[in-house]
Design a protein around this ligand. Structure first.
Ligand code: PEP
Ligand code: MG
Length: 631
């Protein structure tokens, strides 16, 4: 492999890399960017993760690369070397606790809990014991021992297929850099607390701690070479509402501080040296955005009702108790999916029944009388817990996840079910099982609910005797036996994110086969229709809570297929309501009839786009109609 390219992926490497080939959309071919970027306008494309447009001078972060020498240490000096290492760990711990405190004050406890995983690295007994053993046995300096061990760990995790494990590699490298800086007495050059003027920050990989310290007044937006929509950095950007683009490949090595650029967080573009024409186009786009935002604000309190009077229920997907504010402010009519696993992911120990009860109660009572659908634990797949030490699996999405995990880990399930039942006394709580693949699982879960209801009755603890129970329909087998499931449930919620990956055999995280992940595949359309038919036959409700529900292009298709409720992240509800209010049910049904008879995913998508652009053109002009975004 090209030495420069091989080294580029590393956080610490010696020697300056100058010219690397990369995809330059402006020239539509491989080119040497520095030259191109210094002269005319050039575009770098990445993955949009946080909406908005900003422009300004670039600040390109290049992390200092301390040279990690291997130094022999005499027997007499080994104790002192271990002492130095331990002091650096303690110093790093103090620094991280300080950052965590500030983030917690500024953004709340949920966001600051991201640093728990960093602090855990500093306490990892296996890693620390190994470092001390290397110092003692190989008689080498602490920097070398720590860097080599930590990099070994990080490299193994970074090579994983799994997004979550790859993110843990980033955590380890972030902490390693801090410990090494402390051992070597260096300042952290990635510290973004002291920026003097507004800028766009570009880095190879902004860590959560860098991101959390971004000063919003001076960081207009940021872009990184690596990353995914699910990385902590992307999550932070959305929560700070800073426009951001990730996956820019080697942009941080090609761009230079001081260059003028525009960042388009809608379409995932960095436009370097934008021409007057480009700036004008984006100025127009921003005006359209402002107008659109006003229109969306106007309909916030109005119902999602089609022009011919068909009412659709719009609810929100949430992950945290603090999302309640967004549920209210975005005009949601309830919570269609509370992903409870985030309560488990963001802490050192699993939450107790009491802690869970508090969280569920807080959401239910804040939103009362609106319904809140609490989904039982959906761990596994791409969501793992450091504190539960789950085994690494070859096919985690086909493995020990969701209801399968809960039916075996009875203590965990019992605490959660009791907490949900108890919270049902405080609001309009509904319960939903994830990843049901057949009747046995449903019957087992229902039997446990009955058992815990009996316990609570005996303890004279109040709960809603009539609590409604539903299931996610996200496996093809659940669709096939949907008639049987429907007889035993009060509602279905179609999890299209998983249903698509399981039905089409396309890993939802794998970017190499992302083009095969097609929500409008005829098989998906027919699976949704079959689910709706089974639900209607038993007169139970059916909703969609996968990402399809939050896509204004696809929402009409779902409505036309007979879906009565759409549940999506709160910021996505406005655009969906906007389009539904401009649509006739008859048009949505005609679209669905076309899709059910059609044999091509591309044709179905084209027809969905055609209808969406026809009924709500303003929605699309405001985010993508510049020459750059459509090129
Ligand atoms: C789904 O699979 O569509 C869904 C909503 O669940 P999750 O994205 O949490 O797997
Ligand atoms: Mg799912």
């Amino acid at each position: 492999m090209n030495e420069k390219k091989r080294l580029f992926g590393k956080r610490y490497f010696a020697g300056k890399v100058t010219e690397l080939p990369c995809q330059c959309a402006a020239f539509d071919q491989d080119c040497f960017m520095p030259e191109a970027l210094r002269k005319g306008e050039a575009i770098i494309r990445g993955i949009p993760v946080s909406a908005g447009v900003c422009r300004g001078k670039l600040l390109v972060l290049r992390r200092a690369r301390p040279v990690i020498d291997k130094r022999p240490v005499s027997d007499a000096a080994i104790a002192e070397e271990i002492n130095r290492f331990e002091k650096a760990l303690a110093q790093t711990r103090q620094q991280l606790l300080g950052i965590q405190r500030k983030v917690s004050e500024a953004m709340g406890a949920q966001e600051s809990s991201i640093f728990d995983s960093h602090l855990l690295v500093l306490e990892d007994p296996v890693l620390l014991d190994k470092v001390i053993r290397v110092i003692q046995e190989e008689k080498v300096n602490a920097e070398y021992a720590f860097h080599s061990m930590a990099e070994h760990y990080a490299a193994v995790l970074a090579a994983s297929q799994d997004d979550y494990l790859r993110e843990r590699a980033t955590d380890i490298r972030d902490v390693t850099a801090r410990v090494l800086n402390n051992l070597l007495g260096l300042e952290d050059e990635m510290d973004l607390r002291h920026l003097k003027e507004p800028c766009l920050v570009i880095g190879h990989d902004l860590t959560p701690s860098n991101t959390a310290q971004l000063d919003k007044r001076n960081v207009l937006g940021f872009g990184t070479d690596v990353g995914s929509k699910t990385s902590h950095t992307a999550i932070m950007a959305r929560s700070l509402r800073i426009p951001a683009v990730v996956g820019l490949k080697n942009a941080s090595d090609q761009l230079e501080s001081g260059q003028y650029a525009l960042l388009d967080g809608y379409n995932g573009l960095i436009v370097v040296n934008p021409t007057d024409q480009t700036l004008y186009e984006y100025g127009q786009l921003e005006k359209k955005q402002l107008t659109l935002q006003e229109k969306l604000r106007d309909i916030l309190a109005r119902p999602a009702i089609t022009l011919d009077g068909h009412r659709i229920f719009l609810s929100a997907n949430i992950e945290h108790v603090s999302d309640v504010d967004a549920v209210k402010s975005q005009g949601a009519e309830g919570v269609g999916l509370f992903r409870t696993e985030y309560l488990f992911l963001e802490r050192e120990h699993p939450p107790s029944e009491e802690q869970q009860y508090e969280a569920y109660r807080a959401v239910a009572s804040a939103l009362k009388p609106m319904p809140v659908v609490i989904r039982t634990l959906d761990l596994g797949g791409d969501k793992f817990l450091s504190h539960m030490h789950l085994p690494v699996e070859m096919n985690p999405f086909l493995g020990w996840r969701a209801i399968r995990f809960c039916l075996q880990e009875r203590d965990v399930f019992r605490e959660q079910l009791r907490a949900i039942l108890r919270a049902s006394a405080e609001g309009n709580v509904r319960m939903m099982y994830p990843m049901i693949s057949g009747l046995d699982e449903l019957n087992q879960a229902n039997a446990l609910v009955e058992e815990y209801k009996a316990e609570l009755r005996q303890e004279a603890v109040p709960f809603d005797e009539g609590i409604e129970i539903g299931a996610m329909i996200e496996t093809p087998s659940a669709v096939i036996v949907a008639d049987s499931l429907a007889k035993r449930l009060k509602f279905f919620s179609i999890g299209t994110n998983d249903l698509i990956q399981y039905a089409l055999a396309v890993d939802r995280l794998n970017e190499k086969i992302a083009h095969l992940y097609e929500p409008t595949h005829p098989a998906i359309v027919r699976l949704i229709k079959a689910t709706v038919d089974a639900a209607q036959h038993e007169k139970i409700r059916v909703s969609v809570c996968g990402e399809m529900a939050g896509d204004p292009v696809l929402a009409p298709l779902l409505v036309g297929l007979g879906v009565g409720e759409l549940s999506a992240a709160p910021p996505l509800l406005g655009p969906v309501k906007f389009i539904l209010r401009r649509l006739k049910l008859a048009e949505a049904q005609e679209l669905a009839q076309f899709a059910l008879a059609c044999e091509s995913a591309a044709d179905i998508l084209a027809r969905c786009q055609e209808l969406a652009h026809q009924v709500a053109p303003g929605l699309f002009e405001a985010s993508s109609e510049t020459a750059k975004s459509t090129a």
